[in-house]
Write a protein that binds this ligand. Structure first.
Ligand SMILES: [Zn+2]
Length: 199
């Protein structure tokens, strides 16, 4: 009986100290997350799916997923650890199949994602997203600003004083650059502030 009481107490303690429930934004298998892509087999074979944890703008801990190139995996896991540590909010991270492979739709929903077998917007050139070597984070806080001043996604504003916004002195930007990644916010043709890629 005494043993049973201890066991009950133990269970109660576990229940009480259990960390706050994590909010699940995405929970797909690799097959579910890549279904219907036009990517050839050799690209699919170089991809993986990872779980990432982040604080969203509700200040709660969330779990999302990224489909990305195996070569990009370790750096991105580390970048998300930094984001979590410094409470850099990330809205949500869901494989882009959720938006029917539409980058525009994903951006409008302020979704962060990596692999998408697609061309660079407005060209016939394959994007680094096509091989899973590019990651977009918080497009709404970090919009693309074209040289003519057009901003994408529509209605977004780039204001580095706002949470979840990248600038050259952001820890995540500094870390990824140190690992050989490029940050689109430093491009001169246009500013792709939410975009990171591994050439
Ligand atoms: Zn991108």
């Amino acid at each position: 009986m005494k043993k049973l009481c201890f066991f009950a107490l133990f269970l109660t303690i576990i229940y009480i100290v259990k960390p706050n429930d994590i909010i699940i934004d995405s929970d797909m298998t690799f097959e579910e997350a890549t279904k219907g892509t036009k990517a050839p087999k050799e690209i699919l074979d170089s991809l993986c799916i990872i779980d990432v944890e982040y604080y969203s703008f509700d200040n709660k801990l969330h779990k999302g997923q990224l489909v990305l190139n195996i070569a990009a995996k370790d750096d991105i896991i580390e970048a998300f650890k930094i984001a979590k540590k410094i409470h850099f909010p990330i809205n949500k991270v869901i494989p882009i199949i959720k938006y029917n492979w539409s980058d525009d739709e994903s951006m409008e929903q302020n979704n962060s994602s990596a692999f998408n077998y697609r061309f660079v917007a407005g060209t016939k050139r394959l994007s680094n997203h096509a091989t899973g070597r590019a990651v977009d984070i918080n497009p709404f806080q970090n919009p693309v600003i074209y040289s003519n001043g057009r901003i994408s996604p529509k209605g977004a504003k780039y204001d580095i004083s706002k949470k979840g916004t990248f600038s050259s002195d952001n820890e995540i930007v500094i870390f990824l650059k140190s690992r050989g990644w490029r940050w689109g916010g430093e491009w001169t043709s246009l500013k792709d502030n939410h975009h990171f890629d591994l050439p």
